[in-house]
Ligand binder design. Structure first.
Ligand code: ZN
Length: 111
């Protein structure tokens, strides 16, 4: 007997500030990706459905959107993120990362 089915996974990709089409508020929307995977004996094997949607955090309405549009939004979010990080980086020193790399390299040098 073969037991197969499906299992859905919900990923939150980003938070976006969009004007909601329903409540008309410039509210935060979560960009979500729902992946439905085919399972065999309860083991997820491969995804056969990937859907993107945004959900308004103000009124809770969910809008489906095509993959291309979701990737566009994601690209926008990712291109916007480095700017505030650079601004904070001027205040916060980036030394901890440099030290971590140095510690990783030293054992090899000693050998
Ligand atoms: Zn809304």
């Amino acid at each position: 007997m073969i037991i197969f089915g499906s299992r859905s996974y919900l990923y939150q990709l980003a938070m976006l500030t969009l004007v909601c089409a329903r409540c008309d508020n410039p509210a935060a929307h979560s960009l979500r990706k729902r992946v439905v995977k085919f399972t065999l004996f309860f083991v997820p094997l491969f995804p056969f459905s990937v859907k993107y949607s945004t959900q308004c955090t103000f009124c809770g309405v969910e809008h489906k959107l095509p993959k291309e549009q979701a990737e566009q939004l994601l690209a926008q979010v990712r291109s916007q993120q480095p700017q505030p990080q650079q601004a904070y980086g001027q205040q916060a020193p980036q030394q901890p990362m440099g030290q971590g790399q140095g510690q990783g390299q030293n054992p090899f040098r000693n050998n």
